[in-house]
Write a protein that binds this ligand. Structure first.
Ligand code: NAD
Ligand code: 4TP
Length: 343
């Protein structure tokens, strides 16, 4: 692994914001960067606190954990913490640090100095404690780059058969009660377009499924009116505009991911959707995380660069214990590389 990044080919550089220093971000980063399965040309540049990374490395080593990337050999943009933090105990200081590291990492991307951004998990409540009132990294990134829209898409490759599962969330970090108010035909249309474009990276005529909002997709208006009132007409119109896409929906949400689950475990069939649009956060992320917790990657689409992140959070309950699995972080690093390969 070459260092430092000055003069390095920007196309080989993946910037990593190391997340909340009280969480598992540094641990999964050091574990993932030691993987021999990473592209050999990938040059990581970490944005965070060198001393904390060295401490994490020493603690993991003392627990007999290997392989690990040694921070001494890593390219680190050092933005030190004022004092060290106890793993598992997020504070305003940890929130301020992860917010700063994300901001500085994004600046590197905006200056065109890197290929993609990977972010380790942050805690939204720690950001709030530090006075940064954002629902998540996605929304902060959207603001930093001045994008009109940023979309949260989870993508995972089945370890059994290489099949790719994609779920895009129409709404993200908002209270459940706000979902029906925020969902509009325009929003669903825009998100479908993003999902279609993403799926077409892999197939010219992908199939897409859309989950309904209400139980049984409204049961013909008996269990909710949104489907009949605007979702079905909007989807029918979208279908006529995109005849190359097989669009199904709104489907009953409780079975919408069933055929994807079968495909994930090794039995893809002609009806399996290449992409699924979930109308709200937990509708899409419960099936994604149940099926693919160690493989799924959270991507932000709509920025001038690609951002990926593991699907898990800061896992404060296991921080400092050495048992955090780095598979999703590794998948996020690989996705940052592979999804930015010129086609
Ligand atoms: N990418 C991100 O920045 C991101 C993603 C999800 C949640 N979060 C934030 O993280 C914080 C904690 O969220 P949460 O508790 O809902 O979810 P979480 O993913 O942090 O933890 C849920 C459960 O999964 C376990 N777990 C998580 N990652 C693991 C790993 N790599 N290896 C082994 N076990 C793992 C945890 O120990 C916990 O039991 C919240 O503040 C949330 O907003 C951030
Ligand atoms: N919604 C994500 C999840 O549950 O995995 C997570 O909170 C991360 O969101 P940001 O990437 O916006 O921080």
């Amino acid at each position: 692994m070459a260092m430092p990044s000055e003069g390095f080919d920007a196309n080989q550089l993946i910037v990593i914001a190391i997340g909340d220093p009280a969480g598992i971000g540094m641990e999964v980063t050091l574990k993932a960067l030691a993987s021999p399965s990473l592209p050999s040309k990938l040059h990581p540049q970490l944005v965070g606190c060198r001393k904390s990374l060295e401490l994490t490395y020493a603690q993991l080593q003392a627990q007999g954990i290997s392989p690990l990337a040694n921070p001494k050999n890593l390219d680190i943009k050092d933005l030190p913490l004022k004092s060290t933090l106890k793993p598992g105990y997020p504070t305003a200081q940890s929130g301020a640090a992860s917010f700063l590291w994300l901001t500085k990492a994004t600046e590197l991307l905006l200056k065109g100095r890197a290929r993609a951004l990977v972010t380790a998990p942050i805690a939204k409540h720690a950001w709030h404690a530090a006075g940064h009132h954002y629902p998540g990294q996605t929304e902060r990134l959207k603001e930093l780059v001045g994008a009109d829209q940023a979309s949260m898409l989870f993508t995972a490759i089945s370890p059994q058969n290489g099949w790719r599962l994609n779920t895009l969330l129409a709404t993200t970090h908002i209270p459940l009660a706000a979902v029906p108010k925020v969902l509009t035909p325009e929003l669903v249309r825009a998100k479908l377009n993003v999902l279609k474009a993403f799926c077409q990276r892999f197939k010219t005529d992908p199939s897409i499924a859309v989950a309904g909002l209400n139980p049984h997709a409204g049961e013909q208006g008996q269990l909710g009116h949104e489907e009949l009132k605007w979702l079905i007409p909007m989807l029918n119109k979208w279908k006529t505009e995109h005849p190359e896409i097989q669009l199904d929906g709104p489907l009953p949400p409780d079975t919408c991911w069933l055929s994807a689950a079968k495909a994930w475990h090794g039995n893809p069939c002609a009806q399996t959707p290449d992409g699924i649009l979930a109308l709200y956060h937990d509708q899409g992320l419960i099936p994604m995380k149940l099926l693919a917790f160690d493989s799924a990657v959270n991507t932000t689409l709509g920025l001038p660069f690609l951002r990926t992140s593991p699907d898990h959070g800061t896992a404060f309950d296991i921080a400092g214990k050495g048992c955090a699995r780095a598979d999703s972080m590794l998948a996020a690093l690989k996705a940052a590389w592979e999804l930015t390969e010129s086609r």
